[in-house]
Design a protein around this ligand. Structure first.
Ligand SMILES: [Zn+2]
Length: 495
């Protein structure tokens, strides 16, 4: 096939253990100051000896089993030698020619429909390096700071075969992998930087390019799309693709050529003298896997009558699947059909819009909302209005009313709210356009710093202003409309 795209991924995931891979330092470092979760071992001070964290090997074995890999009879830690400021020891303890496990697969929904197997080459365990914080940006910043809190966090690297044929398949692979790791309770995708990806990408018949530094699974599809377009256009112009390493610049959505790639032998790997080889093959038998995404998807279809698409969406994230089952627990027969549509089609969109996690949604309140819709007390459309008020109250840390209380307060009985229907009978909570404009002006005057932050490009500032506005309009106005009017007002003032 002409111009066939070939993609393989190397995925680094932080294992969600309590302590680091070779010392007792806590891994819960994200909200603490720099260099507060460190000790002689993870700082690489002379004479410090690593002691392997058993739990991280158990976690890695769970992943190996779930990904259908064979665990090697003997695996080994090696030193990978190189200097970089985030690597205080000047070597990383990792695995090289004797990884923990090899030769598995993960099934995804392929581009051509049906299940497709992506082969897993190997899984190895290693320690995370520290983190550099560039003051200013990487090109013009004057200096960088280094934080070793992350140094020594257990990572697994999962290497796939080049079996993916499009950025979409790569995204599906990552989503499925993320879900699987979460179901295994060894990984928390909501922790910043817990998943990082390097991608190998080529057009059939040409050289392979490695794209490094993709720090989120959302960035992967974009980075691949950019890289495919770049390579195809080189080939179209009769030029050739160089074999090289490129970095993905997330903010600009482009890849950039970086230093020529070191060869594996440059790292002077040798077995880590302070750690014994691992013999953990016999542990695998004792591992009992929980229900994984595929099994849960099939169960959702059989038990609740979910459509294949909805079942896929709901089980594609552990939090979502758990939320669905919590909501329908009291009355599965009555609520399941409504709940699967409402969660998969409506709730996810509203959550994404607010950058909220489903964890923030009260399952009991959501169940009550669905019951009101099911009983015909309110229409679907009013249901959405009520849901928005519920989410905004939660987002702004306001006291949260029950759906019935919101329905009564706003008087939404089988009629829907809109911003300019002040004359609607009984719609006491409604307000018309002018008060909204007044509220916007007031909010902008009261929070000049947030307005400034918004102009500096901080997205959070906009959400904050919307929150203040919701408060002022007591949640009575349509968030979409408020959003539009606020944007209009902010861009107007800018000129
Ligand atoms: Zn330590």
């Amino acid at each position: 096939m002409e111009n066939q795209v070939i993609v393989g991924l190397e995925v680094h995931c932080q294992l969600d253990t309590k302590s680091k891979l070779f010392c007792g330092c806590s891994t819960d470092y994200r909200s603490d100051g720099p260099n507060t979760h460190v000790c002689p071992v993870c700082l690489g001070l002379p004479g410090a000896m690593p002691v392997l964290n058993k739990r991280s090997i158990e976690y890695a074995l769970r992943v190996a089993k779930a990904l259908n890999c064979s665990v090697l009879h003997e695996s080994e830690f090696s030193r990978k030698n190189y200097f970089y400021p985030d690597l205080d020891k000047a070597y990383q303890i990792t695995q090289y020619d004797k990884p923990l496990a090899e030769g598995g697969y993960l099934e995804i929904e392929g581009d051509e429909g049906g299940e497709k197997r992506i082969r897993i080459t190997r899984i190895h365990v290693e320690e995370d390096p520290g983190r550099l914080v560039h003051m200013g940006n990487t090109e013009r910043g004057k200096y960088s700071l280094v934080d070793y809190n992350r140094a020594g966090i257990p990572l697994i690297e999962i290497v796939s075969e080049p079996d993916m044929r499009s950025p979409k398949e790569a995204r599906k692979f990552l989503n499925k992998l993320r879900a699987t790791l979460e179901y295994l309770t060894v990984f928390d995708s909501e922790k910043e930087g817990s998943l990082r990806v390097d991608a190998n990408i080529s057009i059939k018949g040409s050289e392979r390019v490695e794209v490094k530094n993709i720090s989120s699974y959302k960035g992967v599809e974009k980075a691949l799309l950019f890289e495919i377009t770049r390579q195809k256009s080189l080939l179209r112009r009769g030029q050739k693709v160089d074999r090289e390493t490129r970095h993905y610049l997330e903010a600009r959505g482009v890849t950039q050529s970086s230093r020529s790639k070191e060869q594996e032998h440059d790292y002077r790997y040798f077995p880590e003298p302070d750690l014994r080889p691992l013999h953990v093959q016999s542990w695998v038998e004792g591992i009992i896997l929980p229900e994984l995404p595929d099994a849960r998807r099939e169960r959702f279809i059989a038990q609740y009558g979910c459509s294949l698409n909805h079942a896929r969406t709901l089980t594609g994230e552990l939090r979502l699947a758990n939320f669905f089952e919590k909501v329908v627990a009291a009355d599965p027969k009555g609520l399941a059909t409504l709940a699967d549509t409402w969660i998969a089609d409506t709730l996810i969109g509203e959550l994404n819009y607010r950058n909220m996690s489903v964890d923030a949604v009260d399952a009991t309140g959501f169940e009550e909302l669905l019951t009101l819709i099911m009983q015909g007390t309110i229409t679907d459309k009013s249901g959405i209005e009520v849901l928005r008020v519920m989410l905004d109250q939660r987002l702004n840390n306001q006291s949260c009313e029950s759906p019935s209380a919101i329905v009564n307060r706003l008087n939404v009985r089988k009629v829907s709210l809109s911003v300019n229907t002040g004359t609607q009978p009984g719609a006491g909570g409604n307000i018309d356009v002018d008060p909204i404009h007044t509220s916007i002006t007031e909010v902008l005057n009261e929070h000049p710093t947030a307005v400034e932050d918004f102009r500096k490009g901080k997205k959070g500032a906009f959400n904050f202003l919307i929150g203040q506005l919701m408060k002022k309009t007591r949640g009575c106005a349509d968030p979409g409309e408020l959003n539009r009017l606020l944007t209009e007002e902010l861009t107007k003032k800018e000129v």
